[in-house]
Design a protein around this ligand. Structure first.
Ligand SMILES: Cc1cc2nc3c(=O)[nH]c(=O)nc-3n(C[C@H](O)[C@H](O)[C@H](O)COP(=O)(O)O)c2cc1C
Length: 167
């Protein structure tokens, strides 16, 4: 694995994000991953930032609440479709998705949350801020389309402490 600059991979990340990427969390000894199709990238507090939106109903929400880090693993070439589908429809409450899919994990030196091998890019992120969405602050069209059940997202802002490219 080779370290690459955040700026160098932003366009590619944005391009493939709607197809799904793996958001991996760990609390104590439990590791879980879910498919994520939304998010933002940016620069604030003089830091490179990846924001991940997690609805409160997700098992991931429970885990990330107890963690200082998350990782995002990104397939750039259409691989791992079956795995993204599974991780985007099944909950870690009901399945050990890592075992079920035989996902190969790799440790990173920055934190104890692993990355998922077989992806092209990996972001290692340290949580710096989190914010619960408030329905009252949301435009009506977005609210009607996405939050009719009031299952709001929490936005987790992670400083991108490393970006790795698999070779
Ligand atoms: C393509 C795709 C994108 C998704 N994007 C998000 C997302 O950005 N945020 C979110 O909370 N859930 C998203 N989901 C839904 C979760 O992946 C799904 O509810 C998953 O089962 C949650 O797993 P967990 O309960 O183990 O956390 C997406 C699902 C798919 C298929």
């Amino acid at each position: 694995m080779k370290k690459v600059a955040f700026d160098q991979v932003l366009n590619k990340y944005k391009e493939v994000l709607p197809n799904g990427v793996f958001l991996t969390t760990k609390d104590d000894q439990e590791i879980n991953t879910m498919t994520m199709g939304w998010g933002t990238t940016g620069f604030i507090w003089n830091q490179d930032i990846l924001m991940v939106p997690v609805r409160k109903s997700r098992h991931t929400h429970q885990l990330i609440e107890n963690s200082k880090y998350f990782t995002v693993s990104v397939p750039l070439n259409g691989q791992l479709k079956k795995e993204l589908q599974f991780c985007g429809t099944k909950s870690g409450r009901d399945y050990n998705k890592i075992k079920e899919l035989n996902l190969e994990l790799a440790e990173v030196k920055e934190c104890d949350v692993p990355i998922i091998k077989g992806n092209d890019l990996h972001f290692i992120c340290k949580i710096k801020y989190q914010q619960d969405m408030l329905l009252k602050n949301l435009a009506e069209d977005v609210s009607e389309k996405n939050y009719s059940n009031q299952d709001m997202h929490t936005f987790y802002y992670g400083e991108v402490v490393a970006v790795y490219k698999e070779e």
